[in-house]
Design a protein around this ligand. Structure first.
Ligand SMILES: [Mg+2]
Length: 105
């Protein structure tokens, strides 16, 4: 088991121990949105330490979210990174951004 999987298990165990939300996905997504707001607040008004802490809150919530889905976050992250690495992109001629060549239109 990798480190991300270990972190995911610790996060879920802590939620259970403290009787935090482990049932209601809607509530968890609202919480995630709140944490995104806190990250933006930290970006605009606070320093690097607060920004790192708020970004970490989001990572913790997201790792816990995989437990709601009964999925292994590490496995899913590795799968998606590999998928992203295999995608071929070209720079768009019409301004910023890239065109994903692997997507069929
Ligand atoms: Mg926070």
């Amino acid at each position: 088991m990798g480190q991300i999987s270990t972190l995911q298990k610790r996060i879920w165990a802590n939620k259970l121990r403290k009787s935090f939300n482990t049932q209601d996905i809607d509530k968890e997504l609202i919480h995630l949105t709140e944490e995104l707001g806190e990250l933006m607040h930290a970006y605009r008004r606070e320093g690097k330490a607060a920004l790192a802490e708020e970004a970490t809150d989001i990572v913790i919530l997201l790792l816990g979210f995989f437990s709601f889905l009964d999925m292994d976050a590490e496995k899913e992250i590795l799968k998606k990174i590999t998928k992203n690495e295999k995608r071929k992109y070209i720079k768009s001629q019409n301004g910023p951004g890239h065109i994903d060549l692997s997507k069929s239109h």
